[in-house]
Design a protein around this ligand. Structure first.
Ligand code: ADE
Length: 230
């Protein structure tokens, strides 16, 4: 699976790209992440990518004559133009279902904004899938793009080891419940014991306990996840 990230700050991704699951997935050839600096598409001698809004007001607006050609060129670089995602607090709210949908694409192009927003003609011309990661305003779409990449790569076959399958992650189509409580050594810590059932070795009992714990947690913390037929 291939991600192309269009941003004014490609270096923000350095640390993330070099660590953990993503680094391994890239090394194993399962995932590619290509970064493109929007400034390389600037058309004037000052290399400006943004300008003051017509009509006045605070902040700066990303220019359509920079962003649109950049997106078009990047999308033409391979035979598959990919799914174009624009990160914005005005988009549909990201969740596991949308992650599953995105994971079905071979290529995703992520357009990150900064400043006050995008010239509206960028939306009109490119008709992107607009996605928000929540009802709050970030300084830019870069961290949102990382959230999306991080969630989607878990769903790419072979990125996680067998023992880490994402199929039953909370919020997925296959599991609407929160994960149950987990414990590891030591058995006693500051007077708190591990539930004895987890130490008993009876796999059926353990499975029953875990299911019950998942259910109770979900009821207590996120009753909204339990539909009428759960
Ligand atoms: N850019 C700024 N805020 C954002 C958000 N909440 N989600 C996605 N992109 C954003």
């Amino acid at each position: 699976m291939r991600f192309d990230v269009l941003t004014l700050f490609p270096e923000i991704f350095d640390g993330y790209l070099g660590s953990s699951v993503l680094k391994l997935a890239v090394q194993r050839g399962l995932v590619e992440v290509h970064r493109h600096n929007l400034r390389d598409w600037a058309v004037d001698r000052h290399r400006s990518v943004d300008d003051r809004p017509f009509g006045g007001g605070p902040g700066m607006v990303l220019r359509a004559d920079v962003v649109v050609p950049c997106v078009e060129t990047v999308r033409r670089q391979t035979g598959d133009a990919g799914r174009l995602v624009l990160l914005t607090p005005q988009g549909r709210r990201f969740d596991q279902r949308i992650a599953e949908e995105l994971a079905s694409h071979e290529r995703i192009v992520l357009l990150c904004g900064r400043y006050e927003g995008f010239d509206e003609r960028i939306r009109e011309i490119l008709e992107p899938d607009e996605i928000s990661i929540g009802d709050f305003v970030l300084n830019g779409g870069e961290t949102a793009a990382m959230v999306i990449i991080d969630t989607v790569i878990r769903l790419v076959p072979d990125v996680l080891g067998d023992d880490q399958s994402s199929r039953e992650d909370s919020f997925s189509t296959e599991n609407r419940w929160l994960e149950c409580a987990q414990y590891t050594r030591p058995r006693t810590f500051r007077g708190l014991e591990v539930p004895p059932v987890l130490l008993g070795g009876n796999h059926e009992e353990i499975a029953r306990w875990r299911q019950q714990d998942s259910r109770t947690r979900t009821e207590q913390r996120r009753a909204d996840l339990l539909g009428p037929d759960n």
